[in-house]
Design a protein around this ligand. Structure first.
Ligand code: NAI
Ligand code: MG
Length: 763
């Protein structure tokens, strides 16, 4: 027994285990089936879910078959019309009931989660479960308001939702609550490592008297997930690895299934010299160590300003050595078990490679004994190309490099394929907001990290996926609007080659591409004949040149909305002065040009009401360079109606006009030339649409693509977009460009991505 003074000196903790009795009682060595059409089904072929901290089996879980998935989807389909037809108020009552029941069982949920996943009880009890409950309350509210706040929108129908193992209950709540609030029914596929809290949730659905088939849960591994992706669902929402995200992008291409992907990250954690270093050290603890690094938005790349790097690293190491690794059910445990041996091996593999590539690893010794544990670690002396700087480790190992200037910090921060989150540490709020504006990330925390709220949009840019969860933005992901009801678009006919030896008169009437603010002959000089004119037969090379030109016009994305509006008004006036194409189309196009110019400084972001002491901003940012495959129909009006909202929001575009009638688009150069639109903001490339769309879809420097084209061109664009996982908006039916559908707000919404910036306050 230490004396009191010794105890104070040591400040050690005794064990404080949370009781697992209630959870064990609930489990009772059970063999679980699925939850389909309001009933727990009989078990099929099963596998074990284990506690990663001890390696012991917790329960047997059914491996869902294609037939199981089909039965669940059928039940969801049958329940969909009734659920959607309920009043928002009635749906809200159901969601409130679920929230309350979940709250009543908070302790059981938390213990089950820690048993099944290995995360410390402190995390599941204080973070996962309360946030999940909050999600259901928040979305009960949305159910009440959805009809009012989203006029003209309807639910998708049946949503397939695939969930990872790192936040099993919380990710379920993030997906199920908004889907139900919007009036969808769901089929949920939990991760094979952590299905237990989802199965407990199934019991709550029964207890809450939720109508049968509204929520269905099918357990199993990736094969079950793949079956769900292939099933007759209207939407897939997936959270997990980028690799599987890509597979799902390809698998759903051309299916008209809506898709949101929340994928991996390699988020920067930027520490400036002006930071409160002790707070930043605690930030690292929260960002990467407490949760075994199993957070997609984990700040796993520390960038620290050189002048404070030594001090910071010293404090970081000291803090690392005080973290307690061990029993997840002990209330004083900081770091629990890694979810399974596969993940542990993956972590070790990347760390070993990083060390082989020259990194230095600082890590406490690996404990002996059962369970998959990984002590916290810090990698230093890394080159920019080191695997630990580029690959997601998904373990409690953080990489650290230094920078000199803020500019260098931004460059390093953005030197990644990912764009999920960023964390910025400095007491200089002006500098912090300046950096926040420049980092490519869907979520930015200032002097904080891993803060979530049901009323704050969450989701990534670049290869971290697309779509947002949470808040109004997240509701939109579960709603759709029926606008394009015209006939299916047909593929453009093959271009007819130019007549040999064109006369002087024909040369006069030869149009040119418009790239970087200048008329350009197409690469190779080929042209095709259309309606008495010669038009350039653009190629992949021309698209690449246009993308490069668009990149150089980055200033357009930075000027104020007011400046853009002024330029666009002038452009609209010039369009009015140049009668191009069909007179009626032209008149309407002029009106549209003014309409979208008007929006340039009005499509605002929001300030969300989240946790106290934060101003949580949802900023609407342009994508940067966008590709637009304009419709064949309405060759001028369709082009103006798509290009103008995109540039009004600050994007630069490469547009592929109508192939059959490209002359009005090409003649726009006169209007662009005589206006103040900077060169490179609008680039026009005519030619074989299928091929040009394919190039835009594949291009890593095109951040988003709109494709108003035939089904095959759209499907291919979706498949090819799996490379950099750009969001692709495809529309295979003709739109009435002359009517209100021609100036839908959807064009604005699709032209921006939301960046959520958490700004703390407090004296
Ligand atoms: P995963 O992406 O394979 O699993 C996520 C979910 O997708 C699970 O429910 C799984 O059963 C399901 N799934 C697997 N294959 C599927 C398919 N072909 N079609 C449909 N669903 C499928 O991730 P995994 O293997 O568990 O972890 C691998 C790596 O992914 C981790 O090391 C980590 O880097 C990353 N990861 C990222 C997460 C995030 O939150 N962004 C979550 C989990 C893992
Ligand atoms: Mg497990």
């Amino acid at each position: 027994m230490p004396t009191v003074s010794e105890a104070l000196e040591l400040m050690d903790y005794g064990p404080a285990p949370e009781s697992t009795a209630a959870a064990m009682d609930w489990l009772k060595g059970r063999t679980f089936g699925h939850f389909i059409n309001g009933k727990l089904t009989k078990a099929g072929e099963t596998f074990a879910t284990v506690s990663p901290a001890t390696g012991t089996e917790l329960a047997q879980i059914t491996q869902g078959t294609e037939a199981d998935v089909a039965a669940a989807v059928k039940a969801a389909r049958k329940a969909a019309p009734g659920w959607a037809a309920l009043s928002g108020h009635d749906r809200a009552r159901h969601l409130y009931a679920l929230a309350r029941l979940m709250q009543k069982r908070e302790r059981l949920f938390a213990v089950l989660e820690s048993l099944d996943n290995g995360k410390p009880i402190r995390e599941s009890r204080d973070i996962d479960v309360p946030l999940a409950v909050r999600h259901f309350y928040h979305h009960a509210g949305w159910a009440e308001l959805v009809a009012d706040d989203f006029p003209g929108m309807r639910p998708h129908g049946v949503c397939g939702q695939i969930i990872p193992w790192n936040f099993p209950l919380l990710m379920l709540a993030w997906k199920v609550a908004p889907a139900l609030a919007a009036g969808n029914t769901v089929v949920v596929k939990p991760a094979e490592q952590t299905p237990l809290t989802a199965l407990l949730f199934a019991e709550l659905c029964i207890e809450a008297g939720l109508p049968r088939g509204v929520v269905n849960i099918v357990t199993g591994d990736g094969r079950t997930g793949a079956a769900l992706v292939a099933a007759e669902v209207d939407k897939i929402a997936f959270t997990g690895s980028t690799e599987i995200g890509r597979l799902i992008r390809r698998a759903t291409a051309g299916s008209a299934k809506a898709l949101t992907l929340e994928l991996g990250g390699k988020s920067p954690f930027i520490v400036f010299a002006e930071a409160d270093l002790d707070a930043a050290v605690e930030g690292v603890v929260d960002a990467i160590w407490f949760n075994q690094g199993e957070v997609c938005c984990a700040g796993s790349r520390i960038l620290v300003q050189e002048s404070v790097a030594d001090r910071f690293v010293t404090r970081l190491k000291a803090r690392m050595n005080t973290l307690r690794l061990g029993d997840p059910l002990d209330k004083s445990t900081d770091i629990g078990a890694v979810v399974d041996e596969v993940q542990l091996t993956r972590i070790r593999g990347i760390v070993d490679q990083a060390v082989a590539q020259g990194a230095v690893l600082h890590q406490a010794p690996i404990p002996n004994g059962p369970g998959s544990f990984c002590p916290p670690g810090l990698l230093t002396d890394l080159g920019a190309a080191n695997i630990a700087m580029t690959e997601e480790i998904f373990g409690p190992i953080v990489s650290l490099i230094t920078f000199r200037t803020p500019g260098e910090a931004v460059e390093l921060a953005n030197n990644t394929r990912y764009g999920l989150a960023a964390s910025i540490w400095t007491e200089n709020i002006t500098a912090a907001l300046d950096i926040a504006a420049q980092v490519k990330a869907g979520v930015v925390w200032i002097n904080g990290t891993n803060i979530f709220d049901a009323n704050a949009p969450f989701g990534g840019m670049r290869e971290s996926g697309f779509g947002r969860e949470g808040a109004r933005e997240g509701m939109l992901a579960y709603l759709t609007r029926d606008e394009a009801t015209g006939p299916l678009r047909k593929p453009a006919a093959a271009p007819s080659p130019a007549p040999a030896g064109a006369s002087g008169d024909a040369i006069d009437r030869t149009r040119k591409l418009y790239i970087g603010g200048a008329q350009k002959r197409p690469d190779g000089g080929a042209s095709y004949a259309v309606k008495g004119a010669q038009v350039p037969l653009g190629s992949r090379k021309d698209i690449r040149n246009a993308v490069e030109a668009a990149h150089k016009a980055g200033g357009w994305s930075k000027v104020t909305g007011h400046n853009r509006a002024q330029v666009l008004y002038f452009l609209a006036e010039n369009l009015a002065a140049h009668p191009i194409g069909d007179a009626e189309e032209h008149a309407l196009a002029v009106q549209r040009a003014f309409y979208w110019a008007a929006w340039a400084d009005k499509y605002d972001g929001r300030v969300h009401a989240t946790q106290s002491a934060h101003v949580t901003l949802a900023l609407k940012e342009p994508f940067g360079v966008m590709g637009i495959v304009a419709p064949e129909e309405a060759p001028l009006l369709g082009l103006v109606s798509t290009v103008f909202p995109a540039i009004a929001m600050g994007n630069r575009v490469v547009v592929v006009p109508s192939q059959a009638n490209p002359v009005p688009a090409l003649d726009l150069y006169q209007v662009l030339d005589t206006s103040d639109v900077p060169g490179g903001v609008v680039n026009i490339v005519t030619g074989p649409r299928g091929e040009l769309a394919d190039t835009l879809a594949k291009h890593d420097d095109v951040a988003a693509l709109w494709c108003f084209a035939d089904p095959e061109t759209c499907r291919n664009a979706e498949i090819q977009s799996a490379g950099n996982l750009k969001p692709v908006w495809t529309e295979t039916r003709e739109r009435d460009w002359h009517g209100p559908a021609g100036q839908s707000r959807e064009f604005l919404r699709r032209a921006v991505q939301v960046k959520t910036v958490w700004v703390p306050y407090g004296a």
